[in-house]
Ligand binder design. Structure first.
Ligand code: AMP
Length: 421
């Protein structure tokens, strides 16, 4: 037990970390293009924040949180998602006073006590953005387009963007009542979870994964048919902006977020080749959340993308770039007596910005050449007795095979000149 990682967690080993760095670099680049700045918040928060910020009736809060009491008797929770924490930081540090609109992004681990399977873990990583301050549909369009552009830039083309509007505290109660009326006679056929959702959060019945519940709710009214004028105009405008930007979408009336502070736009991006865990991105507008957390009313929208799923998709499609482990130069002393000179050369080369390494395992010259090839190294700087005596180095260009005796102090220049050719 002690020698395995906890269930649902994964080590990212040296052979895989380059893939993560590639995805993260692409994320950072897209965020720079769109003007989103990074925010880093703690991995744990006061439990109360998630109870309020996600909602006590959600699965995430009621079943999946890693909650513990610390030595000061405080209830803390490993973050299951990051929107609530970003809102907390936004309020705590008065980011709203710095500019009318805060465009933020984060990358980091999240924790949910979920049933692990391919694409679903207990510690997983999300990239997310949050735009706090704008109520206009152009903000929604920007957020959605950023997600699509990121996924496309990584090479994922068969994406499906699902779109819905979940209304607002003005029009949703009417819809809620209409939905309850439609389902009231059929509640016995619902799963246990949905039976308890019927009173507390009936909209969540619509996105229950249980096929029985899906059948029961077939024919239920659609919220888009019950939107108030403001929500309807917002949704129509958003659709026209997406269409003008050439973004395809599919309307999905079952895409819901059942809590009061989720408003208007809800969206999800799926990548079908991932099978049962095909959702790669989920997002939406939350115009009521900042006020729920104690701030001034601040219309906001954001999304989160699961990075493990992106990685799985890229692996599946062979879209990960080849990793270059090569180095500029490998320093190879022949015999222990020449190790100090070699080590000094190694330090100088690195100080001057060349990627360099040497043997630390007392290998003979044959073993060292093998190691240099394994990297591969572009040059090998061999220092035997003769070279050491003359203050020189035998520099071998591994591509051309040409060897040249070079002054120890001139090795750096020689390598750089040859690399420029
Ligand atoms: P959510 O915060 O539930 O809307 O999830 C946003 C995205 O995070 C999903 O579309 C998934 O890509 C990813 N995700 C959510 N839960 C998990 C999990 N347990 N393991 C891996 N990825 C997850």
């Amino acid at each position: 037990m002690l020698l395995t990682a906890p269930r649902g967690t994964q080590d990212i080993l040296p052979g895989a970390s380059a893939n993560w760095q590639y995805i993260e670099a692409t994320v950072r680049d897209i965020c720079r293009l769109y003007g989103y700045k990074e925010i880093r918040t703690p991995v744990f928060e006061h439990t109360e924040l998630f109870l309020r910020g996600i909602g006590e009736t959600t699965d995430v809060v009621s079943k999946e949180m890693y909650t513990f009491t610390d030595r000061g008797e405080r209830s803390l929770t490993l973050r299951p998602e990051n929107t609530a924490a970003v809102v907390r930081a936004f309020l705590e540090h008065k980011l709203y006073a710095e500019s009318l609109l805060s465009k933020l992004f984060y990358i980091g681990p999240m924790f949910r006590y979920d049933r692990p399977q391919a694409g679903r873990y207990r510690q997983f990583h999300q990239f997310g953005i949050e735009a706090l301050g704008s109520k206009g549909p152009a903000m929604d369009a920007e957020v959605i387009i950023l997600a699509v552009q990121l996924l496309e830039r990584l090479g994922l083309n068969d994406l499906k963007l699902f779109l819905n509007s979940v209304g607002c505290p003005e029009c949703r109660p009417l819809y809620r009542t209409a939905l309850q009326e439609n389902l009231r006679e059929k509640t016995e056929a619902l799963c246990g979870d949905c039976q308890s959702r019927f009173e507390r959060n009936p909209m969540r019945i619509l996105d229950c994964k249980n096929p029985k519940c899906a059948e029961v709710s077939t024919g239920a009214p659609h919220i888009v048919d019950c939107l108030c004028e403001d929500c309807n105009a917002h949704f129509e405008h958003l659709k026209s902006l997406l269409a003008a930007a050439g973004i395809d979408f599919v309307l999905n009336p079952r895409l819901v977020r059942g809590l009061d502070y989720y408003t208007k736009t809800a969206f999800e991006i799926q990548y079908a080749p991932l099978g049962s865990q095909s959702a790669v991105c989920g997002g939406g507008r939350y115009d009521g959340l900042v006020a729920e957390c104690g701030g001034q009313s601040t219309p906001s929208i954001g999304f989160a993308i699961g990075l493990e799923r992106i990685l799985l998709a890229l692996e599946k499609q062979g879209l990960l770039p080849e990793v270059n482990n090569g180095i500029d130069v490998f320093v190879a002393p022949i015999g222990k007596e020449n190790q100090s000179i070699a080590f000094k050369l190694l330090c100088d080369l690195r100080k001057n910005g060349l990627t360099a390494d040497m043997d630390f395992m007392d290998r003979n010259i044959k073993g060292q050449m093998k190691q240099a090839n394994k990297y591969p190294a572009r040059f090998v700087a061999i220092i035997g007795d003769e070279e050491a005596l003359q203050g020189k180095v035998m520099l071998k260009n591994m591509q051309s095979g040409i060897q040249e005796l070079v002054d120890n102090i001139a090795v750096q220049n020689k390598i750089q000149l040859e690399m420029e050719d």
